[in-house]
Ligand binder design. Structure first.
Ligand SMILES: [Zn+2]
Length: 234
């Protein structure tokens, strides 16, 4: 009887594990918000670097690498610093770009499109790069934003472990909030290293995700105009 219970328990765990692995391999995200713990930023950045360095050294050691080798010696520190201060810096709200708005004095009421914004992110299921282009459009409601700010908003949300759908929506929602308009569109076209360098090893496929709000959602003409500018319209 005892044995049977144990067996069932193990099966339960295996089932949970199977579905967790499926979510990761299929790149399904679970929420619009990045899943962060409440105490995510209690620890300061320097302590995070120190701890990640220690753990990454352990990973390399387990893999059998000789950490006394001059070429490898500094790797745990470099990786830790890169995680905290560069590629995952967008996790921390203190790094969120302040968006300055300007009054639209010349009454430009047409669509503004910024295309081919290069971004680099990381797949949250494999921690390998996702990279590609973002195309963003909005229709001004009287205020305009400095163009470099749009890039910075894309980079901020990209610098997190991500799924592309969530990244696209986070950028779209932030632009709506900052610009005070519903009329925002975002398209992201990206390569996933977890698809190209492992798993199915497909080096050619890219993934396109879109976010349409306000006029871009309700008015086909606005949406087509945007797609025409970024040349994705069939
Ligand atoms: Zn992945």
């Amino acid at each position: 009887m005892k044995q049977k219970e144990t067996l069932l328990n193990t099966m339960g765990i295996n089932l949970v594990r199977a579905s967790i692995e499926e979510i990761g391999e299929e790149h399904v995200g679970t929420s619009l918000e990045t899943p962060l713990r409440e105490d995510a930023f209690v620890m300061d950045d320097n302590l995070k670097v120190e701890l990640i360095e220690k753990h990454f050294r352990e990973i390399m050691h387990i893999l059998g690498l000789d950490l006394t080798d001059d070429s490898l010696k500094g790797t745990p520190h470099r990786v830790a610093k890169m995680y905290v201060k560069e590629v995952f810096a967008g996790l921390n709200p203190k790094n969120k770009p302040a968006a300055k708005l300007f009054e639209n004095k010349y009454k430009y009421a047409e669509m503004l499109v910024e295309k081919d914004i290069t971004f680099h992110s990381h797949c949250e299921h494999h921690f390998v790069p996702i990279y590609g282009k973002a195309h963003v459009a909005y229709i001004s409601n009287g205020n305009v934003i400095g163009l470099s700010k749009i890039n910075r908003i894309v980079q901020y949300y990209a610098k997190r472990p991500q799924v592309q759908e969530r990244l696209t929506m986070q950028v779209g929602n932030e632009l709506k909030e900052v610009l005070g308009t519903e009329d925002v569109a975002v398209i992201m076209d990206a390569y996933h290293m977890c698809v190209s360098s492992r798993g199915v090893n497909d080096t050619n496929s890219s993934t396109v995700t879109s976010f349409y709000s306000g006029k871009f959602e309700s008015d086909e003409q606005s949406r087509n105009e945007f797609l025409k500018y970024i040349s994705l319209k069939k």
